[in-house]
Structure formats: C-alpha cells, structure tokens
Design a protein around this ligand. Structure first.
Ligand code: ARG
Length: 254
C-alpha cells in the first residue's frame, strides 16, 4: 500500500515536471523566436497557397508575434496533434480555429479569442438546412472538432462520418457519400463562393463558438504576453485590415 502511494506521488510529481516544461515567456524572448503550430488545411483560416502557409489566423498570429518582437517558426501538423503537442512542449502556441470548449479548457490554456463563428449545416439538398433536418441523415465532419461534438448531440442523426481533414469531409458531401457537412460558417461561405457550380446549400448555424489560440495548460505568462500584443493589433487597425481582406467584415468577438 505504502509503495503504491509513493508511486502515485512520484507520478504526480513527474506530470507536474512535464507540464512545467512549457517554455515560459522569458525563455521565448531570450530565444527571440516563438514556435507556433497549425494545420494548414482549413482555408481561409490556415492553409497553403502553393508552398506558402497563409490564412487569416496565420496572419493574425504573425502580427501578434511582431508586436512581441519575436520571429515565428511555423509547424504544420494534423489537427489531432495540435493540442497534445503543447503539453509535450513541442511548440509554444497552437492556432487552428479551435473552439473554446470545456473539455479542451481542462487540457490547455486558451488566450483571448481571435474570432467568433460557429458550425453551419451544408448540404446539396435545400430540404436539409437546420439541425432538425439532420435526423435520419449521414453527416460528415472533421475528426476531433467541435462539429463532431455538436452533431452527436442532434437527436436522430443516422451516422456521423469522421474525416482526417475538413477538406475530406467536404469532398464526402460533394461526391454525395453523405447527406450533409458541418463546418465553420466562414469556411462554408468561401467554398460556396469559389465553387458556385458545386450546388452547395448553406443552411443554418448549428451552434456558435469562440475561437482562440492555445498554450500549454497554466502557461499564463505566455498567454498574458500574447493577449497584450493581441489587444494592440485590435486597437491599431491591423487586425481589422486583415479581417477585411479575408472576410470583408470584422470577425472579432464583440
Ligand atoms: N472550430 C472547430 C473546432 O473547434 C474546427 C476547427 C478545425 N480546424 C482546423 N484547422 N481544421 O473544433
């Protein structure tokens, strides 16, 4: 019994040591470089234009880092890996349109939300447009997203199909392997505008969410420094300019 207790205490200490490994703000400043991870497959928020990583939140993060006087090293990974990598100290910040959920807030610390949005129902059939229309239907979502979580709560959904990327979930809809796709409303708007002949019907919002960058759980020094710089770009018009460029509107949370 005693030995078990000792082992449990050691395990707790080990976990604490691991979580304390997240680079504190002074280490990042000393290095002069912040490591930021994203997915790169979620246009217009984070995506590749040829070999160039870009997108609304990539540009916002670059502006924030500039205010912090830091260079950025970008890493791109599967969506699933982004939050777990924070705890392993593989990067300092993850910014990939993560909705602030209760579940995620247990594992990471969210900075100030950088935009507000929500999940929208998209289909090829004008009769499928609201949450209630998903009853008896097969719905495509990206794995590990808040879309999955929220579609699961809709009563009567026949099946929720998971895809590694949101682009794959969209293809499942356009090739009619599923009846509906749930994704971010701005993603849906852009896809519909770029593919006017695809026959996509933008339906109602299924839920709304605040989207925020994440740092390792408890790395409040970094979150505070990031938030201060983020407040500066909200105030000096540079956030507004990037938002207008991508969306023709200001997408900040009000
Ligand atoms: N907003 C959704 C969520 O919080 C989807 C984010 C998807 N991001 C991405 N880079 N694919 O889960």
């Amino acid at each position: 019994m005693k030995i078990l207790k000792t082992m449990a205490t050691a395990a707790v200490a080990l976990c604490a040591a691991f979580s304390a490994q997240a680079r504190p703000i002074d280490a990042i400043q000393k290095d002069g470089k912040i490591i930021i991870a994203t997915e790169g497959q979620f246009a217009p928020f984070n995506y590749f234009n040829g070999t160039q990583l870009t997108g609304f939140e990539v540009e916002v993060a670059n502006l924030v880092a500039k205010k912090m006087n830091l260079k950025v090293e970008w890493k791109t990974l599967g969506f699933d890996a982004l939050l777990t990598g924070l705890a392993q100290d593989r990067w300092d910040v993850a910014i990939a349109s993560h909705g602030v959920t209760e579940e995620r807030s247990k594992a990471v610390t969210f900075a100030t939300p950088h935009y507000c949005s929500g999940g929208m129902v998209i289909s090829m059939d004008p009769a499928i447009r609201a949450g209630k229309d998903l009853a008896g239907k097969v719905v495509a979502v990206q794995t590990g997203t808040s879309y999955l979580e929220n579609v699961k709560k809709v009563p009567g959904v026949k099946d929720v199909k998971n895809f590694p990327t949101d682009v794959d979930a969209r293809s499942a809809l356009t090739s009619k392997r599923v009846d509906a796709w749930v994704t971010d409303k701005f993603v849906a708007k852009e896809v519909a505008a770029k593919n006017p002949k695809a026959g996509l019907k933008l339906g109602d919002m299924l839920f709304i969410e605040k989207i925020a960058p994440a740092v390792a759980k408890g790395n409040t020094g970094l979150a505070d420094a990031w938030n201060k710089a983020f407040a500066e770009i909200l105030a000096d018009g540079s956030y507004a300019a990037v938002s207008k460029k991508y969306f023709n509107e200001d997408v900040r949370c009000t």
